[in-house]
Design a protein around this ligand. Structure first.
Ligand code: ARG
Length: 596
C-alpha cells in the first residue's frame, strides 16, 4: 500500500507527462494554506523556467487532465501557477477503510537490514544521571521504529567499563582496604563470592577518587605530588586491568557485576532495554588484530609515544587531528575500544548500519573513529555509520539540569520528581485508590518525561520544565494519554452493550470528520519519514495533531448517540485511532493506563 500523498502525486505526475512535461514537477506536498486547500503542487512554477512558458498555462494544462480523476474533489490553479487540491471524500474514505486491516498502517517495509543501535552509554561504577536520559530515551525509540520496519535490530548499551575511571575506583578501594586478597600478589585462593562493597559504595568512591587526582592553584608541592602519585597509580591499575592481571581483573569483574545489576534496574524504570549488554572491555580481543591490520596497511604511526592514524580529508574546512589508536605504553583509550568494537560488530553481525545515539559534544570523536575505521578496513565499506548527536537537558539557567542542592541530577531522582508532580495533579480525582494513583502516576510520569525529551529537536539543548511537561494540556505526553484514555473509555462503553455489525467507516458528513480521516490517512507517511530521518519527534507532533482533531470531533459529534449506521462507523473510526495512538506511543517508548 502506498501513502496517500504518493497516490495523489502519481496522478499529478501522470498529468505532467501527458502534457509533455517531466514527471519530477508533479511533486505533491501538504498544503501550506490549510484554509485554502488540503494538498498542493508547486511544480508548474519550476517547469515554467525549463519550458519557457507561463506557469499559469502549464498548471492549467495539467489540471485539465485531472478534472475527472476520482481522487480529487477540487483541483484548481491559483496565480501565478500553484495547483491547489482537495481530496475526494470517497477516495479518502476508501483509503482509510483499507488501513483498518493493515497491521502496518500501509507503510512500506524495509525488511532484513541489519542495524545496530549503540545507545544508553552508561558507565560502570557511576550512577545514571540526567545526561543519560536522552541517549536512552531517543535510542530506544529509534530502535523500536527500525524494528517496526522489519529490520533486524540490535540494541547495545556499550558500557563504559575499560577506561581510567576503573583504575581510579580500584585505586581508592586499595587505599581503603589494602588488606583485601585482590591486592595480595601471593594470594592463590578463591576471591570472595559476595561483593565486599555495594553499588552505593561505588557511587561514593568514584567521585572521591576523581577528586584526589585534582589540586587547586594554591596546593603545596606535597599535595601536588600526592595527587600525581594517585593518578599514576590509577593509570597503572588501568593497565593491569587491561592485561587481565590476577586480582585486579577479578576485582573489576565484581565491580562490573554489581554495577550492571543496578543499571538494569534503572533502565527498566525507563522502559528501556538492550539486546546486548556488552562494554568497551568486550572488544579487547580485537585490539591486537586491528593494530596489525593498520600496520600492514601502513597507516599507523607513532606520535609522542602514542599510535595514531591520520584522518584529515581534502575537503575539510577545519583541522581534524589524527585518531589515537593506542595511548603511550599500548594502553587502550576511548577511540581504541570504539574502533575494536566496530571490528567486533563487523565480525558478529556484518551490519548494514550502525547508529550511535550520543551527546553531540562527542561528534569529533566519532568523526575520527568512523574515518579511521573505514580507512583501516575494519568495517565493511558499505556499512553506514551514523552519529546522532544529542543536545543537553538544561535547567532554567541554561546550564545542565541540576538537583535542588546544585549537584548532578541522578536519573532516578529526576524520574521520581516527575512522577510526584503527576501524582499531585491527579490528587484532584478522589475516587481512585491510593495504590492505583501511584501506579498511574508512574505510567503518566514516564510518558511526560519521554514525550518532552522526544518532541524536542534531537541536536538542540532544551530546558527541563517539569510543570510544562506534566501538564494535561498542550503538546505533552499526559495530553496524548488523556486523549487515548478517552477514546478507550468510549469504546468500552459501546462494547458493554453492543456488538459491531459492519467494520467500515462511512463517508464523512461533517467537515471535522473529513479532517480526522485526512489526519489518519497521513500516519504511514509520518512513520516512513520518522524512520528515514531517525526523527521520533515527527511522531510526537503527529500524535498531538491527531489528539487535537479528535478532541474537536469529540466536542462536535455525539459519538455514541448517532443513529444506527453512523454509530458503527464512528466506532470503527475510533478503533482505528486507538490503534494509531497505541502504536505511536509504543514507538515513542511509553504506555497508556486504563484510566487517569
Ligand atoms: N560511556 C560514554 C559516555 O558516558 C558514552 C558511550 C557512547 N557510545 C560509544 N560507542 N562511544 O560518555
Amino acid at each position: 500500500m502506498k501513502s496517500i500523498i504518493i497516490l495523489l502525486q502519481e496522478k499529478i505526475e501522470k498529468a505532467f507527462i501527458d502534457c509533455g512535461y517531466d514527471s519530477i514537477y508533479g511533486k505533491v506536498i501538504n498544503s501550506n494554506r490549510p484554509d485554502l486547500c488540503e494538498f498542493q503542487c508547486d511544480g508548474a512554477l519550476a517547469a515554467a523556467k525549463k519550458y519557457k512558458k507561463a506557469p499559469f498555462i502549464i498548471a492549467e494544462e495539467v489540471v485539465s487532465k485531472c478534472k475527472n480523476c476520482e481522487e480529487f474533489e477540487k483541483i484548481e490553479v491559483i496565480k501565478p501557477g500553484f495547483i491547489n487540491i482537495n481530496i475526494s471524500e470517497n477516495f479518502l474514505t476508501n483509503y482509510c477503510n483499507s488501513i483498518i486491516n493493515e497491521e502496518k498502517f500501509g507503510c512500506k517495509m524495509e525488511k532484513n537490514k541489519t542495524v545496530i543501535i549503540d545507545y544508553g552509554g552508561a558507565n560502570i561504577a557511576k550512577p545514571l544521571h540526567v545526561g543519560h536520559l536522552r541517549p536512552a530515551v531517543i535510542g530506544e525509540s529509534i530502535k523500536r521504529i527500525h524494528r517496526f520496519f522489519e529490520n533486524k535490530v540490535i540494541g547495545d548499551v556499550h558500557l563504559g567499563d575499560w577506561g581510567l575511571q576503573m583504575g581510579l575506583v580500584i585505586e581508592e578501594l586499595k587505599f581503603r582496604h589494602p588488606d583485601w586478597d585482590y591486592f595480595n600478589e601471593n594470594f592463590n585462593g578463591e576471591y570472595p563470592k559476595e561483593a565486599l562493597f555495594t553499588v552505593t559504595d561505588l557511587e561514593e568512591i568514584y567521585p572521591c577518587a576523581s577528586r584526589k587526582t585534582k589540586v587547586d592553584e594554591n596546593a603545596t608541592e606535597e599535595e601536588k605530588e600526592k595527587a600525581n602519585t594517585y593518578r599514576e597509580n590509577a593509570r597503572k591499575n588501568t593497565a593491569y586491568l587491561q592485561e587481565k592481571k590476577k586480582g585486579y581483573y577479578d576485582l573489576w569483574k565484581k565491580i562490573v557485576e554489581i554495577s550492571v545489576e543496578d543499571l538494569k534496574e534503572n533502565y527498566k524504570k525507563l522502559d528501556v532495554d538492550f539486546d546486548l549488554w556488552l562494554g568497551e572491555s568486550d572488544s579487547q580481543e580485537y585490539v591486537e588484530p586491528m593494530v596489525q591490520k593498520m600496520k600492514k596497511l601502513g597507516i599507523l604511526y607513532e606520535s609522542n609515544g602514542a599510535m595514531v592514524v591520520d584522518v584529515q580529508e581534502p575537503n575539510d574546512t577545519t583541522q581534524i587531528n589524527p585518531c589515537m589508536v593506542l595511548k603511550t605504553g599500548g594502553v587502550s583509550c576511548y577511540q581504541t575500544t570504539d574502533l575494536a568494537t566496530l571490528m567486533q560488530r563487523q565480525s558478529d553481525f556484518n551490519p548494514d548500519e550502525i547508529i550511535y545515539v550520543v551527546d553531540k559534544r562527542q561528534e569529533l570523536h566519532f568523526i575520527q573513529v568512523f574515518r579511521c575505521a573505514k580507512k583501516s578496513d575494519i568495517i565493511n565499506k558499505n556499512s553506514k555509520l551514523i552519529f546522532i548527536g544529542l543536545g543537553t537537558v538544561n535547567g532554567k539557567d541554561g546550564k545542565p539540569f541540576k538537583s535542588r542542592d546544585g549537584g548532578v541530577m541522578r536519573l532516578e531522582n529526576l524520574i521520581a520528581e516527575v512522577n510526584q508532580k503527576v501524582y499531585e495533579k491527579m490528587n484532584a480525582s478522589k475516587e481512585m485508590k491510593e495504590e492505583e494513583k501511584i501506579e498511574i502516576s508512574k505510567i503518566v510520569g514516564l510518558a511526560a518525561l519521554k514525550y518532552a525529551d522526544l518532541s524536542n529537536q534531537i541536536s538542540k539543548d532544551y530546558i527541563f520544565d517539569i510543570d510544562k511537561f506534566t501538564s494535561f494540556e498542550g503538546k505533552t505526553g499526559p495530553y496524548i494519554l488523556y486523549t487515548l484514555v478517552r477514546i478507550k473509555s468510549i469504546l468500552n462503553k459501546f462494547y458493554e452493550k453492543n456488538t459491531l455489525k459492519e467494520n467500515k467507516i462511512l463517508k464523512p458528513k461533517e467537515d471535522i470528520e473529513k479532517q480526522i480521516l485526512l489526519k489518519i490517512s497521513k500516519y504511514s507517511q509520518i512513520l516512513e519519514e520518522s524512520y528515514i530521518e531517525n526523527a521520533p519527534s515527527k511522531i510526537c507532533t503527529y500524535l498531538y495533531e491527531l489528539a487535537e482533531v479528535f478532541n474537536s470531533y469529540y466536542q462536535k459529534i455525539k459519538i455514541l448517540q448517532e443513529n444506527f449506521d453512523r454509530l458503527d462507523s464512528n466506532i470503527v473510526l475510533l478503533s482505528l485511532m486507538k490503534r494509531i495512538f497505541e502504536n505511536g506511543i509504543y514507538l515513542l517508548g511509553f504506555k497508556a493506563p486504563e484510566r487517569m
